[in-house]
Design a protein around this ligand. Structure first.
Ligand code: MN
Length: 403
């Protein structure tokens, strides 16, 4: 059996004002082609399907078209769970229609799939909240999946019907997974855990995360989960949330973040993107293959000494999405901005770095300490960096202050 693992599509995502829908469309088509060429039997899409709770119609259409394509008339099992960017209700909304096509949507930790046998032979043999066992034609071994879509502490405790407000989030998940694994996941099948959470490998290494991913950890999110909470019966853990493809923990445990198919912030610039295909025989995971994605514009962050140098580089790199800083002793004129935009369609951000002031001759901090805190921060930032803080920096500042 072969299973394709992908996550963090963030459909409908904008980089500043730049919609990435065309990029996403090309990439999802590429993923469908990989599924076809590699003859995978099941596809796991591990959360953050959409960039927001209310994605644009085009993003929703792209999603449905893609899962329909992947499921290939119910001959391939497709399982989708919600991430922290998704509305669980939106994810589950088309469930009745989707199941007939071999597509299973899971929004909540206590979602329970209906037992059903499709004409194509795919069957839900057994299920309870957070778990399902599937039969796939031409395989005698059963596929068991424990699923853990994103849940904050409130949603998880409600799902588990626990009154215990003291228990740690990760302890509750660990108990739930242990119960399911001990009950269902013996050696006579393939056992998978699918989860959109932030995992850490204590004493092993710190996984990388970027701003895009932080809300799950900090702002009203949940704490990190130790990979040792994953039951030992699990053959492969398909994770979503972190955008860099990475193996969490030791190789033999097969715990993977597939990463996003596209770079979604300049912190991810230059990252190579993948889907993962795991292979199974004799009820063990015998192979995990990384397949690099070719579609999708690269994100590049560059700094230039002057406008002419910038224009030259832009002309040769029109296929990239760029964040440009140009050194100048004044500002970037609207004529220069127009010239740059005329030769390059993907300028996401363009800011000046003032060359004066480094020796103290430039902007000084207004010593009026009666200004509001945001104005003071703005002055300080300008003093240190020689540029204006942009909207994102100011939002982040206000968020930190409000905490
Ligand atoms: Mn996420």
């Amino acid at each position: 059996m072969k299973i394709l693992h992908t996550a963090d599509w963030h459909l409908g995502k904008k980089l500043d004002v730049f919609y990435l829908l065309q990029e996403q469309n090309d990439l999802l088509y590429e993923i469908c082609t990989i599924a076809e060429n590699e003859k995978v039997d099941a596809v796991l899409i591990v959360g953050d399907i959409f960039a927001t709770y209310n994605p644009p119609t085009e993003a929703i259409e792209l999603f449905y078209r893609t899962v329909h394509n992947l499921a290939n008339n119910a001959t391939r099992l497709v399982l989708v769970i919600a991430g922290n960017h998704d509305s669980p209700d939106r994810i589950e909304a088309p469930e009745t229609l989707a199941v007939q096509n071999g597509i299973f949507f899971i929004g909540y930790p206590d979602t329970e799939l209906r037992r059903i046998k499709l004409d194509s032979g795919i069957e839900v043999l057994n299920s309870e909240p957070g778990y399902a066992e599937f039969s796939i034609p031409s395989f005698t071994e059963k596929l068991r999946i424990i699923f853990a879509p994103y849940a904050n502490e409130y949603r998880l405790k409600k799902a588990l019907e626990t009154e215990d407000h003291e228990s740690e989030f990760s302890w509750l998940l660990e108990q739930k997974w242990k119960y399911l694994a001990d009950k269902y996941c013996d050696n006579n099948g393939i056992n998978i855990l699918v989860s959109h959470h932030f995992f850490i490998a204590k004493g092993y290494k710190t996984l990388e995360s970027t701003d895009e991913e932080k809300p799950i950890v900090f702002v009203g999110g949940t704490q990190a989960i130790d990979i040792n909470c994953i039951p030992e019966q699990i053959n492969y853990t398909a994770l979503g949330h972190l955008h860099r493809q990475q193996n969490s923990g030791t190789a033999e445990r097969n715990i993977y973040y597939s990463g996003s198919p596209l770079s979604y912030s300049f912190a991810e610039a230059e990252q190579e993107k993948f889907v993962l295909i795991s292979g199974y025989s004799d009820n063990a995971c015998t192979d995990v293959k990384k397949i690099a994605l070719k579609c999708g514009k690269k994100l590049v962050k560059k700094k230039f000494e002057n406008i002419d140098e910038t224009l030259l580089w832009l002309a040769e790199n029109t296929d990239k999405l760029v964040d440009i800083t140009v050194k100048t002793d004044t500002f970037i004129s609207s004529e220069d901005r127009k010239r740059m935009n005329a030769i390059h369609p993907g300028i996401i951000s363009l800011q000046p770095e003032l060359t004066i002031g480094i020796d103290g001759s430039g902007p000084e901090i207004d010593s009026d300490l009666n200004q509001d805190i945001a104005s003071l921060f703005r002055e300080y930032f300008r003093y240190r960096k020689n540029i204006e803080p942009d909207g994102r920096i100011m939002d982040l500042f206000r968020e930190i202050i409000s905490e």
